[in-house]
Design a protein around this ligand. Sequence first.
Ligand SMILES: *[C@@H]1O[C@H](CO)[C@@H](O)[C@H](O)[C@H]1NC(C)=O
Ligand SMILES: *[C@@H]1O[C@H](CO)[C@@H](O)[C@H](O)[C@H]1NC(C)=O
Ligand SMILES: *[C@@H]1O[C@H](CO)[C@@H](O)[C@H](O)[C@H]1NC(C)=O
Length: 304
Amino acid sequence: MPKVFWTLSTMSLWILFVLALPSVVDGSPAVTLRPGSESLVTSAHTNSLPETAEDTEVYKEGGAVIEEGLEADAMATGELNPSHYHAQRAAKVVQHYLNTRHSSPYRRFELLRVHKANAEEVAGSGRKYHLEISLQETTSNTTAKCSAEVVFPVGEGQTPPQVQASCGDLSKINTMVQEEALYQQYKMSHAPLTAHNLPDSDGHIDPSMKPFWYLGGVAASFIMLKESNESTLYNMAQVANVTQLETENNQLRFNYHVLVHDLVSQEIGHWKLLVSWSPPEGVKVLQMEELPKCDCEAPPLNAN
Ligand SMILES: *[C@@H]1O[C@H](CO)[C@@H](O)[C@H](O)[C@H]1NC(C)=O
Ligand SMILES: *[C@@H]1O[C@H](CO)[C@@H](O)[C@H](O)[C@H]1NC(C)=O
Ligand SMILES: *[C@@H]1O[C@H](CO)[C@@H](O)[C@H](O)[C@H]1NC(C)=O
């Protein structure tokens, strides 16, 4: 009898856990990060919560469940638990790095899983992570395995991490036909593209706008790579708007306004980007500018 009881209660706990999970891990961009929605208001509120929240948070991000450790062992070295936040944050940087180099409106990489992670202190330069990870290419739904090294430099102020990655054959993900068709369509277009809220407040993206959501995500990876450090975990939340500009030197050009979410601090950053793209040249971010955190009233000048 005790055994049966144990099994039953374990099972019901497990079911409870599963039932409870969606509200805890609810982090899919379409759901949590919708401007104006209640959940965004909730995230805004968490800004004022004490920092301890970070250590117990569990959320879902790009298909991987990320579980924060309870101990704030900021300096963990040696073999790391692959699901631990140190490993996940470093691996996420590799995702952004690959997106800045190998992506297009039809190719975008998302971190799928960390298989192995190891960290070491390198005197004078910072902390170096050795990672074995899988990434998923979103449009073709193929998986790439990569070995990567990420160094978070020591020192004052934000310095972008340095990344080296070697991945399985990425060229098998061939999107040239779709890219060329999109390029021709928008190069010839007499009505330049404008779009707002990708995804919209229902989490919906019109299929014809998907490539511009991906392109915005790739462009945002340039920001997220530059801004990442060991205490951040960035995710693109939304394209607030995108406007096509005149084609220059055969490059399509777009002004993007994107919302970038740091899942650790729960802050949403607004960025304006000037992005160019053509199939042979790939995606380039020509300008990036972070806008003031919110358009709330300016603080009183005589505050002190
Ligand atoms: C992607 O591929 C995996 C298996 O590799 C499959 O389980 C999943 O359903 C696929 N997803 C989509 C959206 O096609
Ligand atoms: C990491 O970036 C965040 C957000 O920009 C910043 O608040 C924090 O001070 C940075 N941490 C380090 C160690 O540079
Ligand atoms: C883009 O969206 C931002 C944020 O909602 C807004 O401030 C800006 O005016 C919009 N720009 C255009 C061109 O619609």
